[in-house]
Design a protein around this ligand. Structure first.
Ligand SMILES: Nc1nc2c(c(=O)[nH]1)N[C@H]1C(S)=C(S)[C@@H](COP(=O)(O)O)O[C@H]1N2
Ligand SMILES: [Mo]
Length: 516
C-alpha cells in the first residue's frame, strides 16, 4: 500500500487504491448504511470510512500472509484478489483513464515481492519448507519472484540467529517502505495544492453589493450561532474523499444541452461579469431537526440566470444537470434559477476566495434549495435538460428530485441537557425559510401555550434569522420546543420526518434542568 500511495503521489493522487476503493464505497454504499454512517459519525464519516478500509486491509493482509507461509501461490492469489479490487475501484471513477491502474499495479508488484521475500525468510527461520517440494518435470516458473526450486531444502539446515535476523531485517524494510511511501505519497499529493493560486486571486468590486447588515442582525448571545458562519466553521458535506484541486487558470464552465448556443466560460471571463454579493443560508437535506448542517455566508458571484440566458435555453427544458470536476451531479430546477432570486455562480465566501473544501474556484448557490439540488461545488459543466431525461447523483439514490428547503427552527441556547439557574433565562436560536423569510418564531415550555420570540433583524429573506425568548424558569426538568412561521403564513409542521427523501421536519426540542 505504501508503494501504491507513493506512485499515486507522483502521478494522480486520486488513483491511489485506498482512495479509489473509499470513493467507490461512498458511491456504492446502500442508502440505509449511508444514512446510518451520517447519523452515527456526522462530519467524521470519511475518516471512519478510511479507517475501516485500513482495518479490513490489515486483516486481509494478515490472512494472506499466513496463507503464503504455507502455500505461497495461495498467498499470491490472495494478493491478486486485492489488486483486482483496487483496479476495479480505480477504473470505476468517472475521471479515470489507463494511467489510474499504475499505482495499484506497482503496489501489487511490491506486495508480491515482499510476500516472497518474507515467506522465504520466515521459512529459513523456522526450518519449514518455503514452498511445496519442486516437481522436476514442472516447467520453469514464469514468475521470477517465486522461490528458486533448485535451492537446497531449507529443512536440512538448522535455523539459527542469522535467519532470525534476516527475517527481522526484511520485515523492517517492508514496514519502512510502507511508512515512507505513505508519508511521501501524501506530501507529493500536496504538490497539486492550489492554495497559492487561491491566495493570489483578487476580485473586482461587486456591481450589486450585499444589502447592508442591519444593526442587531447578530444578538451576540453566548452559545447562539453567529449570524455569519465563519468559513472554517461552515459545515461541509460532499462525496469527495480527496478534495478536488482545481486551478482557476485551467477551470472552464461549459453550458450546453437544450440551448440555442453552447457557452464556454473561463475564470477570467467569469470575473469580468457583473458580480452580485448576497447573504444566503445553505442547508443540507441530511440535516436532522436540531442538526448542524446549516450555515450562513456572504457570497460573491455572477448571476446564474444571466449566464443560462446567454446560452438561450430551449422551451421544455426544466433542469440544470450540473457536474463537478469529480463527477458529482446535481439537478437544479431551471425555473427557480431564472425567477429573479440571487442564484449565483459564486467565487467568494465571506470576503475570501472560496475555500477548497467549499468549491474553489467556482460553485453554485441558490437561495431556497437544499444543497444537493443546487449548490454544486467545483462545478464545471451545466447541461440544460429535463427532469424526465436525467437524474442526478442523490436522486438516483432515492432522494427527491426537487427539494425546496423546509421552514425550520433550531434552539441553540440553552443546549440540550444543560443546567440553568432558576429565574429569567434567555432561550435563543435560529430559524430559516430561505427566499420566503421568517415572519415569526414561537417557543413553549413543557407543551404549554406558544409564546412569541423576539426576532433579530435580517438583511433580506435569503438568510436565517436569530430569535430570543425570555423564559421564567422554575426549578425542575423542562422541555423547550420552538416553531417558525414563514412570510407565506406557513408554520413549520409538528410532524416528525426523517431527512430522507426531502428533508427532516418536526419541532426542535431541548431538555434542560433548572436549578433551584
Ligand atoms: N461537487 C459536489 N458539490 C456538492 C456536493 C458534493 O458532494 N459534491 N454536495 C452538496 C451538498 S449535499 C450540500 S448540502 C452542499 C454543502 O456545501 P458546503 O460543503 O459548502 O457546506 O454542497 C453540495 N455540493
Ligand atoms: Mo447536502
Amino acid at each position: 500500500m505504501g508503494v501504491a500511495q507513493l506512485v499515486a503521489g507522483f502521478t494522480i493522487p486520486a488513483s491511489s487504491p485506498v482512495l479509489a476503493v473509499g470513493q467507490a464505497a461512498i458511491d456504492l454504499t446502500p442508502q440505509p448504511v449511508k444514512d446510518f454512517a451520517i447519523s452515527a459519525f456526522g462530519a467524521d464519516d470519511k475518516n471512519v470510512l478510511l479507517g475501516g478500509i485500513l482495518v479490513v486491509l490489515a486483516v486481509f493482509a494478515a490472512l494472506i500472509g499466513t496463507l503464503a507461509v504455507r502455500r505461497l501461490r495461495a498467498g499470491l492469489a490472495g494478493l491478486g484478489v486485492f489488486a483486482c479490487v483496487g483496479l476495479a475501484a480505480a477504473l470505476s471513477r468517472p475521471d479515470a483513464n489507463a494511467e489510474w491502474v499504475v499505482p495499484t499495479l506497482a503496489g501489487a508488484a511490491a506486495g508480491a515481492f515482499a510476500m516472497v521475500r518474507l515467506t522465504r525468510a520466515a521459512a529459513a527461520m523456522t526450518g519449514r519448507p518455503a514452498a511445496p517440494p519442486a516437481d522436476p518435470d514442472a516447467p520453469a516458473p514464469v514468475f521470477t519472484l517465486l522461490p528458486n526450486p533448485d535451492a537446497p531444502p531449507p529443512s536440512d539446515r538448522k535455523p539459527g540467529g542469522q535467519e532470525r535476523r534476516r527475517f527481522l531485517v526484511a520485515s523492517g524494510l517492508a514496514v519502512a517502505t510502507t511508512a515512507i511511501g505513505t508519508v511521501g505519497g501524501r506530501e507529493l499529493a500536496e504538490r497539486y495544492n492550489v492554495a497559492k493560486a487561491r491566495a493570489a486571486l483578487r476580485f473586482p468590486a461587486p456591481a450589486v453589493p450585499a444589502p447592508p447588515l442591519p444593526p442587531g442582525a447578530d444578538l451576540r448571545i453566548p452559545g447562539l450561532s453567529s449570524f455569519i458562519t465563519q468559513n472554517d466553521k461552515f459545515y461541509r458535506v460532499d462525496t469527495a474523499l480527496l478534495l478536488p484541486e482545481v486551478d482557476p487558470a485551467t477551470w472552464q464552465l461549459r453550458i450546453h444541452g437544450m440551448v440555442r448556443r453552447e457557452v464556454r466560460l473561463t475564470f477570467g471571463q467569469l470575473l469580468k461579469r457583473p458580480l452580485i454579493e448576497d447573504y444566503v443560508t445553505l442547508t443540507c437535506v441530511s440535516d436532522p431537526v436540531s442538526g448542524p448542517y446549516v450555515g450562513n455566508a456572504k457570497w460573491l458571484g455572477a448571476s446564474l440566470a444571466a449566464l443560462i440566458r446567454s446560452a438561450g435555453p430551449l422551451a421544455g427544458a426544466d433542469q440544470l444537470l450540473c457536474t463537478s470536476v469529480d463527477g458529482f451531479t446535481c439537478g437544479t430546477p431551471l425555473q427557480v434559477v431564472l425567477d429573479g432570486r440571487d442564484a449565483l455562480l459564486a467565487v467568494a465566501m465571506n470576503g475570501t476566495a472560496l475555500p477548497i473544501a467549499h468549491g474553489f474556484p467556482a460553485r453554485m448557490v441558490v437561495p431556497g434549495l437544499y444543497g444537493y439540488v443546487s449548490a454544486t461545488k467545483w462545478v464545471t459543466d451545466i447541461e440544460v435538460t429535463t427532469f424526465a431525461a436525467a437524474s442526478a447523483y442523490w436522486a438516483v439514490r432515492g432522494w427527491a428530485q426537487q427539494a425546496p428547503i423546509k421552514t425550520e427552527s433550531r434552539i441553540d441556547v440553552p443546549g440540550s441537557g444543560a443546567s440553568v439557574p432558576a429565574g429569567r433565562t434567555q432561550v435563543a436560536g435560529v430559524a430559516w425559510a430561505q427566499h420566503k423569510g421568517v415572519a415569526a418564531v414561537e417557543v413553549r415550555a413543557d407543551g404549554g401555550p406558544w409564546q412569541q420570540a423576539r426576532l433579530a433583524a435580517v438583511p433580506d429573506i435569503d438568510t436565517w434569522r436569530q430569535w430570543v425568548w425570555k423564559w421564567d424558569a422554575s426549578p425542575g426538568s423542562h422541555t423547550l420546543e420552538a416553531r417558525a412561521t414563514d412570510a407565506t403564513g406557513y408554520t413549520q409542521t409538528a410532524v416528525q420526518d426523517q431527512p430522507v427523501p426531502n428533508g427532516a421536519s418536526g419541532y426542535p426540542s431541548v431538555s434542560v434542568t433548572v436549578r433551584g
